[in-house]
Design a protein around this ligand. Structure first.
Ligand code: ADP
Ligand code: MG
Ligand code: ZN
Length: 510
């Protein structure tokens, strides 16, 4: 189908050019193939289902988690004269019947539905009776318990594909690491979906972590930070609701205009905060992660994390709200050991999954990093980066004390390869250090040539260096398969002596 998509783009939306990957996603949608698109916030994901919706026969259903988000989208579509509507629990019965009859008469091109509405008997009935061209699942990471914003309403959406395998589905999200991506595909029951992943690098964001600040130190630092940013407005993310309120109070006392924001506030209060933020009347919003989805403010100049977040996915999403206009923006994370205990407690209280813990572990690694933080972030999302970014605190204050790590890396990788990449960190270390553990002997790993070649290093050193190999993109951890380690193409280069690799020695403090 060689439709002139650019003409359609300018006709319906008034844009001259597609943004990266939009055209590919739209063309795929037009062929009816399922897909999962992971594109950063602001990349223009809505257009990826809105434009095909206009070109396909029938109505596209859009599942979206927030009613406020749906409303914004409908207003924008109506301005462009595109027949669209929402279906959710806030409609009057009269309006609801109106929407349903429009849908059944084929007058709608886009219908935004709340997940619970789509899964209700009414929604199921409409799926049967109306001509549905496609189902788009926006903010698709909400389906995964391992993502950073699980919503139970999303968890049953797999039924749609089960009952209507012929209706193409597109899932979209701004942040999903590999485990979350796989989980989305499985839970939605997508059939051989095309996976489209955008470029995640946000070079304009300065990345900074400060360690060991106590509460009083943080307050002083935040005040200074806001002053340094010409009192432009930004977001301070806190892990706890109570903290958003107490922090806002403390900042007010220091003469900073700050407001708290969290999910248990009334809709009205939250709207007040949103408005104050959009119009630039406040300097700081002290918020839980509930604040952010759907914020369309392009000129946020800074984001602070008052504590260590639970995982890199959430963290990257949150700092990504700064500098969406492309101009420089700053991010600052306060990290302390007590954060780890707090997060660990939250994890175990939530009936933890091992994966959740692993994700936190990676976040901790990011905080403690002695190498370019952007390398670590992008490595996490599957984009090994070779050069330093020169826009993070580590790059700007490098610690010179690295040493040639090629031989150490080669030892670890050859152990991994000789066991067909079926071992996790612990077994790798056991092999290298020549452990006599029963499981190891049982698998005959003591016959490997790499058995015992790493006795010169301690268990702790090996663990640290293997983590650095992961951070640098030489190894990948397969979360879905017992955390086994896989050697990446970059790793193979180092193994063959074709690429350099430097390690940071394990310092005494650890
Ligand atoms: P996302 O959902 O990926 O965060 P949105 O779909 O909300 O992003 O789009 C962000 C902004 O980009 C919107 O204001 C939208 O109108 C604009 N936009 C999308 N595609 C284009 C394009 N091809 N050209 C210009 N602006 C675009
Ligand atoms: Mg969006
Ligand atoms: Zn850097």
């Amino acid at each position: 189908m060689m439709i002139d998509l650019k003409t359609a783009l300018s006709h319906y939306f008034g844009h001259d050019e597609f943004r990266p990957l939009q055209e590919e996603i739209i063309r795929t949608a037009l062929t009816g193939r399922d897909q999962l698109a992971v594109l950063p916030t602001g990349a223009g994901k809505s257009l990826c289902y809105q434009l095909p919706a206009l070109l396909l026969n029938g109505c596209t259903l859009v599942v979206s988690p927030l009613i406020a988000l749906m409303k914004d989208q409908i207003i924008a579509l109506e301005e462009r004269g595109i027949p669209s509507a929402t279906l959710n629990s806030t409609l009057t019965p009269k309006r609801r019947d109106e929407v349903i009859s429009h849908l059944l008469m084929g007058h709608l091109k886009l219908l935004y539905v709340a997940p619970e509405t789509l899964l209700s008997p009414l929604g199921q009935d409409l799926l049967q009776r109306a001509t549905i061209s496609m189902v788009a699942i926006d903010e698709a990471h909400c389906i995964s318990q391992w993502g950073h914003d699980f919503r139970p309403e999303y968890s049953q959406l797999g039924i749609i594909k089960e009952l209507h395998p012929h209706i193409p589905m597109i899932a979209l999200t701004a942040t999903a690491d590999e485990a979350t991506r796989q989980d989305i595909v499985t839970k939605l029951k997508l059939s051989s979906p095309k996976l489209i992943i955008g470029d995640f690098d946000r070079p304009n964001l300065y990345l900074e972590v400060r360690r060991g600040y106590k509460k009083a130190d943080k307050l002083i630092a935040i005040k200074q930070y806001i002053n340094d940013h010409d009192n432009s407005c930004g977001i301070i993310y806190c892990n706890k609701r109570s903290e958003t309120e107490s922090l806002a109070k403390e900042l007010n006392k220091m003469g900073i205009k700050a407001l708290p924001y969290h999910a248990t506030m009334s809709v009205k209060d939250r709207e007040v905060v949103h408005r104050a933020f959009s119009s630039g009347q406040v300097e700081a919003i002290c918020a839980t992660i509930a604040f952010g989805m759907g914020i369309d403010k392009a000129d946020i100049r800074w984001v602070i994390h008052y504590n260590m977040p639970k995982n890199v996915e959430g963290y990257y999403q949150e700092i990504g709200r700064a500098g969406r206009d492309g101009a420089p923006a700053d991010t600052l994370l306060f990290y302390s050991y007590t954060d780890i205990f707090v997060v660990e407690k939250l994890i175990s209280e939530s009936g933890q999954h091992d994966l959740v813990r692993q994700k936190m572990e990676y976040m901790k690694r990011y905080c403690e990093a002695d190498i370019c933080r952007r390398k670590i972030l992008l490595g996490y999302f599957g984009y090994p980066r070779h050069e330093n970014c020169n826009n993070c605190d580590v790059c700007l204050n490098p610690s010179p004390k690295t040493f040639d790590g090629v031989i150490i890396a080669q030892k670890a990788m050859s152990a991994i390869i000789r066991t067909h990449e079926q071992i996790n960190i612990n077994m790798t270390i056991d092999i290298l250090r020549g452990s006599k553990k029963y499981e190891l002997l049982d698998l005959k790993y003591h016959h490997l040539p790499t058995y015992g070649v790493g006795q010169d290093l301690s268990n702790l050193q090996w663990r640290e260096y293997i983590y650095q190999m992961i951070q640098n993109g030489l190894l990948k951890m397969d979360y879905m398969n017992g955390y086994t380690l896989k050697v990446t193409p970059l790793g193979h280069e180092v193994l063959r002596g074709k690429a350099p690799f430097r390690l940071i020695p394990l310092s005494i403090k650890k």
